[in-house]
Design a protein around this ligand. Structure first.
Ligand code: RTP
Ligand code: MG
Length: 147
């Protein structure tokens, strides 16, 4: 079983898309094990985007990510890192396939609605910025034996 880390970016919250986006993971049978509504601090933002420091889009990205509250989520399922990124779609909404979250609801690269970790190492690193181990809840989904 694998876990990954997701952030619904500030424009997803402002546009009222929290339910729409979480629904897409729930309907796949992906289990939510951690959920927080928060306004990111500069420190959290710098840690999250540490690998992108120095890139041309860094400042704009960090400012945007702190422009309003976000929803931080940890989810669990087999092969969930790849599955979540498949549901989210390509970074550039122009290249995101129809039917993906970005392909249906996003317009620009910076404001592409959602962040999702891209590897086991990054998932662990990123979720630990926002969640302590006791924030992550173990339980059985009703549908777990049927997916
Ligand atoms: P994410 O990390 O947010 O799930 O998205 P990703 O892997 O598809 O994209 P990544 O390359 O990790 O970039 C992180 C975020 O930076 C913004 N970005 N802007 N203007 C640009 O060229 C550019 N490139 C990346 C996006 O908001 C992207 O989600
Ligand atoms: Mg990334």
């Amino acid at each position: 079983m694998e876990r990954t880390f997701i952030i619904l970016k500030p424009n997803a919250v402002r546009r009222g898309l929290i339910g729409e986006i979480l629904k897409r993971f729930e309907q796949r049978g992906i289990k939510i094990v951690g959920l927080k509504f928060l306004w990111m601090t500069q420190e959290q933002c710098e840690k999250l985007y540490e690998p992108h420091k120095g890139k041309p889009f860094y400042e704009e990205l960090v400012n945007f990510m702190m422009s309003g509250p976000v929803v931080a989520v940890v989810v669990e399922a087999p092969r969930v890192i790849e599955m979540v990124r498949h549901i989210v779609g390509a970074t550039d909404p122009l290249k995101a396939e129809a039917g993906t979250i970005r392909g249906e609801f996003a317009l620009t690269v910076t404001k592409n609605l959602i962040h999702a970790s891209d590897s086991v190492e990054n998932a662990e690193r990123e979720m630990s910025i926002f969640f302590s181990p006791e924030d992550l809840i173990e339980y059985k989904l009703d549908i777990q034996d049927d997916i």
